[in-house]
Design a protein around this ligand. Structure first.
Ligand code: FAD
Length: 310
């Protein structure tokens, strides 16, 4: 491929990525459009592969250029700083195939948990009801070991396949992945998750569907689900709940710019309109300090922060 001499490195890499079959690509694309907080600066290159082969080729091409791409799911546990992300961001939501195999389902990383929950209910498969209303993709859920109501995605995972930087695919059995509370060894592996096998047990479709609806009802009653947020900001500290500590420390309704602690659930920060990532980060810092001063507990953020300051 010939590259014009006046091309920037981003333009040249963009041109290479554009040649890969089965991808959409955007340059200088605001990531606020791809995160549930609705904040964050642009990605130099945002690329969305639609097939496993395209994802593998994106990983290979970026690695040859010495770039480790940031992998993006549904952006529901992500705070992108206001300066955005230099290099390449890979959006996985185009990878959403699901295939039943006995009482298990092989789900691609970009499928949302909502779709996987509905699919399992229709198929009369029980085991994923805990995940109803968690708004992420399977890939994001596996990285975070997302969970609720006593269940976690790691509990029902048989194996996970990832795409390495050189484009090769490797399968890990669940036992190799060190799933724990809101963490998994997949983060340390640093590859792009491609797909996973999830295990279910046979159930009555109506009962599974009913359980999903009940879980959703509880969630809507307790969480500010209609406001832009990234879910729980802090992890649960040992022996307590972050929301409870924040409320007791007086953090409810704290506000920095357009970012505020939710009046409905103190462990949720919401974008009331026009918030910037630096507003959210300042609010996280202030709320953390408040809890530390009152209880001597340093809360650990659950939300992932990426990118650079404006
Ligand atoms: C209203 C609301 C309620 C929520 N409730 C819950 C809850 O009850 N329980 C819970 O655990 N979480 C909850 N969350 C947080 C969030 O939905 C989960 O953590 C979810 O699993 C994140 O998935 P995602 O696709 O949005 O990941 P993203 O936010 O896009 O990414 C999260 C991390 O995973 C990485 N990643 C994503 N996809 C891949 C991939 N394919 N390969 C490699 N790395 C990848 C990203 O690089 C990033 O580090 C909630 C969020 C909101 C907004």
């Amino acid at each position: 491929m010939s590259v014009e001499p006046c091309m920037t490195r981003t333009d040249a890499l963009g041109a290479r990525v554009r040649q890969i079959e089965g991808v959409d690509i955007w340059l200088n694309e605001p990531l606020s459009r791809y995160t549930s907080f609705g904040v964050g600066g642009p990605a130099d290159i945002l690329v969305a592969p639609h097939t496993a082969a395209a994802l593998a080729e994106v990983m290979r091409v970026t690695s040859v250029e010495g770039i480790a791409p940031v992998i993006l799911g549904n952006g529901t546990n992500l705070l992108v700083r206001d300066g955005g992300v230099r290099g390449v961001v890979v959006l996985t939501t185009g990878l959403k195939q699901m295939e039943r195999e006995g009482d298990s389902v092989i789900v691609e990383a970009g499928a949302t948990l909502a779709t996987a929950c509905c699919h399992s209910a229709q198929q009369g498969l029980s085991g994923m009801e805990f995940a109803a209303g968690i708004p992420g993709t399977l890939g994001g859920a596996l990285i975070m070991n997302a969970g609720a109501h006593g269940g976690e995605i790691g509990d029902i995972t048989e194996w996970v396949e990832v795409v390495n930087a050189d484009g090769s695919i490797r399968r890990y059995e669940s036992a190799e992945l060190g799933f724990g509370y809101r963490r998994s060894g997949l983060r340390d592996i640093g590859a792009a998750i491609l797909r996973a096998m999830l295990n279910f047990v046979p159930g009555d479709p109506d009962e599974v569907h009913h359980a999903l609806c009940e879980t959703m009802t509880v969630r809507c009653a307790r969480q500010p689900v209609t406001m832009p947020s990234a879910g729980s900001i802090f992890k649960r500290p040992e022996g307590g709940y972050a929301g409870h500590l924040l409320e007791q420390a007086g953090a409810k309704d704290m506000q920095v710019g357009g970012a505020a602690v939710s009046g409905k659930h103190a462990n949720f920060m919401v974008n009331k309109g026009g918030a910037t990532a630096s507003n959210v980060l300042a609010l996280i810092g202030a709320a953390r300090e408040l809890v530390y001063d009152k209880f001597g507990i340093m809360l650990e953020p659950e939300v992932c922060v990426i990118g650079e300051d404006a």
